[in-house]
Write a protein that binds this ligand. Structure first.
Ligand code: UDP
Ligand code: MG
Length: 239
C-alpha cells in the first residue's frame, strides 16, 4: 500500500491547530481502514517561524502520535518556502499539501488518491465556488488569476496550493534551482500527467488570514517576475 504524507504549513495557527489535528487524524484513520494508504502514512507540520503557541501544540501531538512529524523553520520564510521545506523533508509515495485552516476540503484527498492510483502524478485541488470568501478576497483572487493569464503565466484557475504530487513529481521539482518559489507556476511546468478534483472552499473557522495585503502583492510579484517575459519586453521596448 502506498504511503501518504500530508504537509501542513503553519504560521501562528494556535487557534485552529487542535481542530486541524483532529480532522486530519480522523481522515487518516478512514484512509487506512479503506486500504487507500499505508498505516505508516504521516502528517508533517511545518512551523514557519510562528511566534504564538503553534510549536507547543505541534510538539504535543508529535509526542502523542507517531504519525505526526514537524519541520521547524528558523524564521518566517512564507507559505511557499514552508511548503517546499515540508515536501523536501517527507519520505512518501504521495505528498499532499494543504493549508492549516482546512479551508480546502481535506475529504477531496480521497479523490486525489484515486486519481493517483489511476496514474496521475499531480492532482490539483480546484475550488468550485468562493461563496465563503470575503468580497476583498474574492476580487483580489480574481484579479490575481486574470493578471497571471494576461502576462502569460500558466497556472490552474482557482487552484491554490492544495494538491497531490507523486514522489517522482517532487523529485523533479527539486531539480529546479529557482530562488523564488512560486509553486503554482512551477508544478504545471513539470509536464507530468495531471488531473483536477473539485471541492467547495469553506470559511476559516478560527484565527485570521495570514496572507496580509503586502504578502499577497509580494506573492503576485514573484509570480510575474519569475514566470512572465512581459516585464523584460516592456524594458526592451523602451530602448
Ligand atoms: N502561512 C505560512 N507562512 C506565512 C503565511 C501563511 O506558512 O507567512 C500558512 C498559513 O499558516 C496557512 C497557509 O499558509 O496554513 C495559508 O494561509 P491563510 O489560510 O492565512 O491564507 P488565506 O486562506 O487567507 O489565503
Ligand atoms: Mg486560509
Amino acid at each position: 500500500m502506498k504511503k501518504l504524507a500530508i504537509v501542513v504549513p503553519c504560521y501562528n495557527e494556535e487557534e485552529i491547530l487542535d481542530y486541524t489535528i483532529n480532522e486530519l487524524q480522523i481522515l487518516m484513520e478512514i484512509l487506512v481502514e479503506d486500504k487507500l494508504i499505508s498505516p505508516s502514512s504521516t502528517i508533517c507540520f511545518v512551523n514557519d517561524g510562528s511566534t504564538d503557541e503553534t510549536q507547543d501544540i505541534i510538539d504535543g501531538i508529535c509526542s502523542r502520535d507517531s504519525h505526526f512529524t514537524c519541520v521547524k523553520l528558523s524564521g518566517n520564510y512564507g507559505h511557499q518556502k514552508a511548503l517546499l521545506a515540508g515536501m523536501n523533508s517527507v519520505d512518501a509515495d504521495m505528498i499532499v499539501t494543504i493549508d492549516a485552516d482546512l479551508q480546502d476540503d481535506p475529504n477531496a484527498i480521497v479523490e486525489m488518491i484515486k486519481k493517483y492510483n489511476e496514474g496521475c502524478e499531480i492532482v490539483y485541488g480546484v475550488r468550485n465556488k468562493r461563496k465563503c470568501d470575503s468580497l476583498f478576497k474574492k476580487y483580489t483572487a480574481l484579479g490575481f488569476y486574470k493578471l497571471m493569464q494576461m502576462l502569460g503565466v500558466n497556472i490552474v484557475y482557482n487552484h491554490a496550493d492544495f494538491r497531490l504530487m507523486s514522489r517522482n513529481a517532487v523529485k523533479k521539482l527539486q531539480e529546479y534551482k529557482e530562488k523564488t518559489v512560486f509553486l503554482r507556476a512551477l508544478v504545471p511546468l513539470l509536464g507530468l500527467k495531471s488531473d483536477k478534483v473539485y471541492y467547495n472552499r469553506c470559511e476559516r473557522l478560527a484565527g485570521e488570514s495570514k496572507y496580509s495585503l503586502p504578502k499577497m502583492l509580494s506573492f503576485a510579484w514573484d509570480g510575474v517576475t519569475s514566470f512572465s517575459v512581459f516585464p523584460l519586453r516592456l524594458i526592451n521596448s523602451r530602448d
